[in-house]
Design a protein around this ligand. Structure first.
Ligand SMILES: [Mg+2]
Length: 228
C-alpha cells in the first residue's frame, strides 16, 4: 500500500521547548542590547516554568526591572521571539530515525500551524528540507486555515493524485485529527510521556485511530515495509 505520511511539526518532530528556550535567549539579548536590561531571558524561563501563560514577558520584565512592561516593548519582545532564527533545533530521536526510515519508501510531508516566519525558521534550523517534501504551513493559506480547517490537508491530497491513503501524525488531539478524519485519512497520536497533550482526553470522534509512544511504530502500524 502506498501511503503519504504527513507529520505535524511542534512536539511531534522536535520538542517545542527547545524553540521556546532559544526564543527567550533572543529576547534576553534584545533587552540587554536595546535597553541595558540584564537577565530577561532567564527570567522568562523561570516565569514560564512557574506556570505563566500569555503574560511571561510582563512577569519577567517586572522581575528584572521592577517596572511594568510598556506596550511598545512588549510588542518588540514578541516580534523578536517570533522572528528570531534558532541556530539549531534538536529532532526527537525517534522522529529523525523514522523519517530517515520512511524516506524513499513513501512520500513524507508536513502540515503545521503557526506564524509563518517562525515556522520557516524552525524548518531551517531542523534541516527539514532534507527529509520532508513540500511542507504545508497553513498560515500561508490564511489564518482561517489553521487546524482544524481541512484546506491544508486538501492541498496535500491534490499534490498526490491517485493516492488512496493519507496518514496524519500529531500530538494534539484537541485540533490535530478533526480535519484529516473528516477527509477519510488515517490518524496517529504520538503520546510522549513529557508531551503537553499526552494525557489529554477528547471525545472518540476527535481521537486518532492509533496511539503510539514512539514514531518508530509507524511503519508497522501502516504495514509499510522498510529497510532497517
Ligand atoms: Mg504539535
Amino acid at each position: 500500500m502506498t501511503a503519504v505520511v504527513v507529520f505535524d511539526l511542534d512536539d511531534t518532530l522536535y520538542p517545542e521547548s527547545a524553540f521556546v528556550e532559544s526564543g527567550f535567549r533572543a529576547v534576553g539579548a534584545h533587552a540587554l542590547g536595546a535597553w541595558g536590561i540584564r537577565g530577561l531571558g532567564d527570567a522568562c524561563l523561570t516565569a514560564m516554568r512557574a506556570g505563566s501563560r500569555g503574560d511571561t514577558f510582563q512577569r519577567a520584565y517586572e522581575r528584572v526591572s521592577g517596572a511594568d512592561l510598556p506596550a511598545d516593548r512588549a510588542h518588540q519582545l514578541l516580534k523578536v521571539y517570533r522572528e528570531h532564527p534558532p541556530d539549531e533545533l534538536p529532532w526527537h530521536e525517534d522522529a529523525l530515525a523514522t523519517v530517515q526510515m520512511l524516506h524513499g519508501h513513501v512520500p513524507v510531508t508536513l502540515l503545521s500551524d503557526g506564524y509563518l516566519p517562525t515556522q520557516a525558521n524552525k524548518a531551517r534550523a531542523l534541516g527539514l528540507e532534507r527529509w520532508i517534501e513540500k511542507p504545508v504551513f497553513t498560515e500561508a493559506l490564511g489564518r482561517e486555515h489553521w487546524k482544524p480547517s481541512t484546506k491544508g490537508f486538501e492541498l496535500i491530497m491534490s499534490r498526490y493524485p491517485g493516492t488512496a491513503s493519507f496518514v496524519y501524525v500529531g500530538d494534539n488531539p484537541l485540533k490535530d485529527f478533526i480535519a484529516p478524519r473528516a477527509l477519510g485519512w488515517r490518524t496517529i497520536h504520538i503520546k510522549r510521556p513529557t508531551g503537553t497533550y499526552a494525557h489529554c482526553e477528547v471525545p472518540p470522534d476527535r481521537n486518532a485511530d492509533h496511539q503510539i509512544t514512539s514514531l518508530l511504530e509507524i511503519p508497522e502500524k501502516l504495514g509499510i515495509t522498510v529497510r532497517q
